[in-house]
Write a protein that binds this ligand. Structure first.
Ligand code: 5GP
Length: 196
């Protein structure tokens, strides 16, 4: 993977329901230099999701053939579906933009293997498990079974906190956003100092 010069690759991971999608969109709105890496997935689209914007929704056959052809920088099987980041998409964006990745710990591990990237790895959590369960139920996007599955993966997921640079509790969206902004701005100014 080519390094992006002074461009940043920001990974946001979290259990489902912590507010990652909202935060991702908020960052992109305020910092237009950031583009979101749109993943490929074999998951079926939710009613509010748009193909090419939220994900590229593809068949399992197509996904596995892309894996065989080595087209992904990272990919993972999560809750019975496949998700992956295409090399082509990232390579095009990083030339002139910063990138936000909404990927899980498996993908984060794979991207971490590429050295000399300006990678910032942030793990978002709720203040406790009960809060996570409430958010999963309230966002009304998953069946009861799916909520259970996502909630139960919490304990397994948090074992990978160590792979991240920052753990942030998203108790208040604005506070959390400010913390992420600070991290981004610090990294940006470090890079500018290094390059100049
Ligand atoms: P959802 O199905 O709720 O959209 O996403 C489920 C999980 O898949 C989330 O934790 C999300 O971060 C992760 N995910 C989405 N796209 C990718 C990807 O391209 N690679 C990996 N490794 N994880 C992804």
């Amino acid at each position: 993977m080519q390094d992006g010069g002074k461009n940043i690759m920001l990974i946001l991971s979290s259990p489902s329901g912590v507010g990652k999608t909202t935060l991702t969109k908020k960052i992109q709105q305020k910092y237009q230099s950031f583009k979101i890496s749109v993943s490929n997935t074999t998951r079926k689209p939710r009613s509010n999701e748009v193909d090419g914007l939220d994900y590229f929704f593809i068949s399992k056959e197509k996904f596995l053939s892309l894996v065989n052809e080595g087209k992904f920088y990272e990919h993972a099987k999560i809750f019975e579906n496949y998700y992956g980041t295409l090399k082509k998409n990232v390579d095009e964006i990083i030339v002139s933009n910063d990138i936000i990745f909404d990927i899980d710990w498996q993908g984060t591990k794979q991207l971490s293997k590429f050295k000399n990237l300006n990678l910032i790895k942030i793990y978002l959590i709720t203040k406790n498990k009960e809060e996570l369960k409430n958010r999963l139920i309230n966002r009304n996007q998953n069946t009861f079974k799916e909520v259970e599955k996502r909630f139960n993966s919490f304990d397994a997921d948090i074992k990978h906190w160590n792979d991240y640079d920052y753990i942030i509790i998203n108790d208040n969206l604005e506070v959390c956003f400010k913390q992420i902004e600070k991290i981004i701005n610090n990294q940006k100014s470090k890079l500018i100092t290094l390059i100049n």
